[in-house]
Design a protein around this ligand. Structure first.
Ligand code: URA
Ligand code: SF4
Length: 194
């Protein structure tokens, strides 16, 4: 574990812990407010993210930005990261061993940010963080509290591109998140995930 962002990001940018390093153009570390109360976790970079080195800058990201605007979330005020930091070829799902190899970076990010709420975007984020027994269809829209962090699983923004009704769910879930943020006080316990 690193106790500062500079070291963590530097080590992450040089990472060759799994096969995804071979095909990446850029490591997508994460972006946003490093002291955010609210954090979003996606699956992994797509083509646009891989080219720009930033999370959620492609089509799915634009949809997420629109949803943020609808509910009044300022993208600069939240922290956004992914389960794997390098793009899986042809946007396939990350393999289990790639997730295991990469998850320490995300754990370290969560420890440094200390969010009160973490939104899990889609099945890969959900299963990687809360366990394989979870599934997004049943879990979305329902709070899970673990070690002082409230997790809200919801659809991955890319799923909204294919299904209009999921957009409604997504907005609903984001509204629950905002309500929760408002009800939480500032004395939350030390946060960590494992
Ligand atoms: N999809 C993700 O899961 N993450 C990104 O950063 C972009 C698209
Ligand atoms: Fe390292 Fe993660 Fe990239 Fe794999 S995906 S090479 S573990 S940074």
């Amino acid at each position: 574990m690193y106790d500062n962002w500079e070291q963590l990001e530097e080590i992450n940018k040089q990472c060759k812990k799994c096969r995804l390093f071979k095909t990446r153009n850029n490591v997508v570390f994460g972006s946003g407010n490093k002291h955010a109360k609210l954090m979003f976790i996606g699956e992994g970079p797509g083509a646009d993210e891989d080219m720009q080195g930033q999370p959620f800058v492609g089509k799915a990201g634009k949809l997420m930005n629109m949803a943020f605007e609808t509910v009044g979330i300022n993208r600069e005020e939240v922290y956004i990261a992914n389960i794997v930091k390098c793009r899986p070829p042809s946007n396939r799902n990350p393999e289990d061993d790639e997730i295991v190899a990469c998850l320490d970076y995300l754990r370290n990010q969560v420890i440094l940010v200390k969010p009160k709420i973490v939104v899990l975007l889609g099945n890969v984020a959900l299963k990687s963080i809360l366990g394989k027994e979870h599934g997004i269809t049943n879990s979305r829209g329902k709070w899970v509290e673990k070690k002082g962090i409230f997790y809200m699983p919801t659809w991955h923004p890319a799923a909204l591109l294919r299904d209009e009704t999921k957009k409604i769910d997504f907005i609903k879930d984001l509204k629950l998140v905002i309500e929760k943020l408002e009800t939480l006080n500032f004395n939350s316990p030390v946060n960590s995930i494992d």
